[in-house]
Structures are given as structure tokens and as C-alpha cells.
Write a protein that binds this ligand. Structure first.
Ligand SMILES: Cc1cc2nc3c(=O)[nH]c(=O)nc-3n(C[C@H](O)[C@H](O)[C@H](O)COP(=O)(O)OP(=O)(O)OC[C@H]3O[C@@H](n4cnc5c(N)ncnc54)[C@H](O)[C@@H]3O)c2cc1C
Length: 490
């Protein structure tokens, strides 16, 4: 199969998946209220990649003559990373970075897993071969992946081996065909709209009692015994005038429950080896492999938020005030910083001699990942502060029609802005409906939590940045300036 278009993608979602939502199973995610709009958006991603106008930008021809999205390609040069970044940007900029889990994110993650074949296969070469075969399968069939890396937050203090077994998904036993897995994992974003799930790398395990959690595998979303427990959908299934973001980008988060799921052996690439399991995130350069997509998405998202903040201020001419200009200027600086970091990540890329694969610059990726969650919260605060009551003075499409009919078209003057932005194709009420859906709606609240946590807890990550950073040069500089003989003067 070649690259899929939207119709082929949607057809693939009609299977036996068990998606639990609001007290029952969702029969068909392509038509169910709360789900259908997001399915359409992801179908649009697949149509976008097949559009002849985008084909060269987002895809490449592999050795087998098949066209695939560039995110499936293991980067073998800096140029591969440049090309991959441009492919990421094409969709992210098109959508203002509103779909965190565009399928190219996990495609690149799977390429990172396969690039670590030398690591998975060091004790049992079969496992390395499985990782490569899974990537090939995903590329050839243009598989849409979700992922569940994280142990549910039940008890973060007690070691997992001392907790009730199988709260976190683990190995029950090996069968002749594979491995039986029981327990749960979080947080399968996009799971209802994905074809397969991948889990690996976490939790870090210690000793015999935790060895059952040393496991990496892929599994179809509709595998027998696999259940996906959704939070409430935040798509109110109303007009996109009223909810332009929730009505398009509700990618949904789920808890995965593995009820004795049999994972075929050829889908397993990490099995009961504490050393291999615990070191993979470092060895496979997890941050660099997944973080490239995140940086590109964050640039697109910040550009969109800047546009939103600017137009909101312009609509009431509050951008004539210095305090508002300062807030807008801060967003500009954030965008410039993120753009610079994204360039540095690729131009400062390095080859890993162990596998001949090129990875984005680790320092640039880390800086970008650490900065954005804080930037995002600050930008949302800026937009709220600039918009004030206007967010609450933007009636729904139906309400606007009703009052216009009752009071006549002149009522519209109470809902207009000072500046005429019609030449830019922008009207004030839809602008503020969009802005509220980004800063204040239920999905907006989830987006903030997403940016804070989706790449792990930023507090712990920052502390690790400090602990792992090679401080030799910094200490040397201090020592040099403390030296009375420095610059030859005493
Ligand atoms: C909307 C959303 C979507 C997500 N999507 C996915 C997905 O698709 N796939 C996926 O695998 N993951 C996903 N994640 C990430 C994942 O689910 C976790 O949120 C993330 O790994 C952090 O874990 P946690 O939420 O359990 O928080 P924790 O890491 O448990 O942290 C909770 C709080 O406790 C503190 N804390 C916890 N442990 C320690 C410690 N040892 N030392 C000091 N402080 C500690 C933290 O600082 C933090 O304040 C998503 C998260 C969100 C919010």
C-alpha cells in the first residue's frame, strides 16, 4: 500500500476497537458525535500529504520505490533532518499547531525505535529485527500510531515492585505465539483515531519484582482484550463558528486497559532485560527523536497565537498602549527564540557513530522542550489580559442570528471592533470565538495541561537537565576569574 489518503484512513478505523465514552462503547468513531470532527481533521492530514502540491515537500521515495511521509525515514544526513522538519512544518503551519498528535509525530518516534536496532538486539538479535520490521510495516501501510508510555499516576512514592502487581501493564506470561499483557497505561492521546499503539521505555525498573514491566511492543488498537477509556469529549458537535478548535482538533485522551492481551512475539522488541530496557531512552536519543516534531509544532503554534493576540489587540486598538505592546513584544521574542532553537536543532545535528543515524542537536532540543510549556502558559495569560470582556461578548452563531432578526441588523454595531479587519477576512465575533476556544474553553484547559505534561513532568525534567549537564566549562570559567593571576595582573 502506498501513502493513504483521507478516505483510506477513515475506512481503516471501522474495526472492532473498544472505545469507552460517556457510559458506552463508541460504535464508529468516524460518525459518533464528539469524535467525527476530529476523525475528519486527521483524514484531512492524509489528504494533505497526498495532494500533488504537497507531495515532494512531505514525502520521499524509499528504496522499494514506495512514496512515504518523510517522518518514516531514519535520518542518514543533516539534509534528511532539514527535509523532515519542512514536512513537519507543512501540516503544523497549515493548522496553527493545533493537532499535537498529527500522525507524523509518532511516525518519527517509530523511526527512532527502529534506528535503535543495535540496542534492542544486543542480547537477542530477533528483538532488533522486530523493531525494524515494525517500522517497515508502519511505513508500508501508512499506519497511524498512538502511544502509551506512562505508568498510571496511582502511587508515585512506593516502588512499583511493592505495589499491587499489574496496575501498570506488564508481562503475565510468554506463550508459544507471544506475550500476555495485563494492566493499564496512560495516556493514549489519539487512540480512537489510530490504527496501532506502541509502548516502550518506561517505567524504569529495578529488580526481579519489576522485571515484568520491562517491555516494548506494538499492538493494533482493536486487539482482543484492549480497552480505551476516554475522558469526556470536548467537541460539543456544534458549528465550527462557535467552537472552531474544539470542533476540529479534539484528539481525545484515553487510559489503555490491557485485559490479558496477547501481543504477537514479532511485535515485541524489548523483553525482560533490565539493562536494555532502562537505558533505551538515552541510547535511542528519545528527546532528539521525538522532540524535533515538537519544536516545529511549537513554532507553528506560537506563530498562530501571536496572530491571535495581535488581531485581538487591533480589534479594540489596545495595541496603541505601551503595556499591551510589551505583552505582544514578549510573544514576538518567544517566537524568535523558538524559531532560532529549531534552526539550531537541525544545523547543529550530529551523527551517532553507533548506528550512522543523524540526530537533532540535544542541547537545542532540550532548551526548546523546557521553554515552551512556560511560554505557552505566559502567552495564554497575555491573550486573556489583552482580550478582557470581549471573550464573553461574542455570541454564538444562532444567538447572533436570533437577535439580528429580533432587533434588526443595526444590533451588529454592538459587536464590532474599532478597527475594520474585513479586508483581512476577519470579523470580530468569530475572532473572539476562536480565541476563547484557544484560551478558555474545556479543550483550551486540556491544551494547557497537555503542553505542561505531554513530554513528561517539566519539574523533574528540569532537575535532570541540571544534574546531567556537563558543568566543567562553567566551573572552569569561574575558577579562571577567581585566579589572581588572570589577565596577568595581580
Ligand atoms: C493531555 C495529555 C496528553 C498526554 N498524552 C500522552 C500520550 O499520548 N502518551 C503518553 O505516553 N503520555 C502522554 N501524556 C503524558 C503522561 O500521561 C504524563 O502526563 C507525564 O508523563 C507525566 O506524568 P504524570 O502526569 O503522571 O505526572 P507525574 O510525573 O506523576 O507528576 C505529577 C506531579 O508530581 C511531581 N512528581 C511526581 N513524581 C516525582 C518525583 N519522583 N520527584 C519529584 N516530583 C515528582 C511532579 O513534579 C508533578 O508536579 C499526556 C499528558 C497529558 C496531560
Amino acid at each position: 500500500m502506498a501513502m493513504r489518503d483521507g478516505a483510506a484512513y477513515l475506512a481503516g478505523l471501522k474495526d472492532q476497537r473498544r472505545i469507552w465514552h460517556n457510559g458506552g462503547l463508541v460504535g464508529d468513531v468516524t460518525t459518533a458525535p464528539g469524535f467525527a470532527n476530529a476523525a475528519r481533521t486527521i483524514a484531512a492530514y492524509y489528504d494533505f500529504q497526498c495532494d500533488p502540491a504537497n507531495l515532494d515537500l512531505v514525502s520521499y521515495e524509499d528504496e522499494d520505490g514506495q512514496r512515504s511521509h518523510r517522518s518514516f525515514k531514519i535520518p542518514r544526513s543533516k539534509q534528511d533532518l532539514r527535509d523532515r522538519g519542512a514536512a513537519f512544518a507543512a501540516w503544523a503551519e497549515h493548522t496553527g499547531g493545533q493537532l499535537g498528535r498529527a500522525p507524523d509525530y509518532m511516525n518519527a518516534a517509530m523511526a527512532g525505535v527502529a534506528a535503535a536496532e543495535h540496542h534492542w538486539g544486543q542480547e537477542n538479535p530477533e528483538l532488533g529485527e522486530h523493531a525494524v520490521a515494525i517500522l517497515e510495516h508502519c511505513r508500508r501501510n501508512d499506519v497511524c500510531l498512538t502511544h502509551t508510555f506512562v505508568t498510571p499516576q496511582i502511587d508515585r512514592k512506593t516502588p512499583l515492585g511493592e505495589q499491587e502487581p499489574y496496575l501498570n501493564a506488564g508481562i503475565v506470561k510468554r506463550t508459544s505465539d507471544g506475550v500476555i499483557v495485563r494492566g493499564s497505561r496512560v495516556l493514549g492521546t489519539l487512540a480512537p483515531f489510530s490504527d496501532e499503539n506502541i509502548s516502550f521505555g518506561l517505567p524504569i525498573v529495578k529488580g526481579e519484582a519489576e522485571l515484568k514491566y520491562a517491555l516494548g511492543f506494538s499492538i493494533p488498537v482493536d486487539a482482543p482484550g484492549l480497552h480505551w477509556v476516554c475522558r469526556d469529549s470536548f467537541d460539543p458537535a456544534r458549528s465550527t463558528h462557535d467552537y472552531p478548535v474544539s470542533g476540529r482538533f479534539e484528539e481525545i485522551d484515553t487510559v489503555a486497559v490491557f485485559d490479558n492481551v496477547e501481543v504477537p512475539w514479532e511485535h515485541v522488541f524489548d523483553y525482560e532485560d533490565e539493562r536494555i530496557h532502562n537505558s533505551v531512552l538515552m541510547v535511542m536519543r528519545f528527546q532528539e527523536s521525538l522532540g524535533h516534531h515538537v519544536l516545529v509544532k511549537n513554532v507553528a503554534k506560537t506563530r498562530f497565537l501571536l496572530g491571535l493576540a495581535h488581531l485581538i489587540a487591533e480589534s479594540a486598538q489596545t495595541n496603541s498602549f505601551i503595556n499591551v505592546q510589551i505583552r505582544l513584544g514578549e510573544i514576538v521574542t518567544m517566537l524568535q527564540t523558538l524559531e532560532s532553537i529549531t534552526i539550531a536543532a537541525v544545523e547543529g545535528a550530529v551523527e551517532n557513530p553507533d548506528n550512522g543515524v543523524w540526530y537533532c542537536n540535544a542541547n537545542a532540543i532540550t532548551a526548546g522542550l523546557r521553554l515552551f510549556p512556560e511560554y505557552y502558559v505566559q502567552i495564554i495569560d497575555h491573550i486573556k489580559q489583552i482580550g478582557g470582556s470581549n471573550f464573553m461578548a461574542a455570541p454564538s452563531e444562532a444567538n447572533m442570528e436570533a437577535i439580528t432578526e429580533a432587533l434588526g441588523p443595526s444590533v451588529e454595531r454592538y459587536f464590532k471592533g474599532a478597527a475594520d479587519m474585513s479586508e483581512e477576512g476577519i470579523e470580530k465575533v468569530p475572532l473572539f470565538r476562536l480565541a476563547w476556544d484557544v484560551v478558555g474553553s474545556s479543550l483550551a484547559g486540556r491544551q494547557e495541561l497537555y503542553e505542561r505534561f505531554f513530554f513528561g513532568d517539566q519539574q523533574v525534567s528540569k532537575s535532570q537537565s541540571y544534574l546531567r549537564f556537563d558543568k566543567t566549562e562553567a566551573v572552569d570559567t569561574v575558577r579562571r576569574l577567581l585566579d589572581p593571576a588572570w589577565l596577568g595582573r595581580s
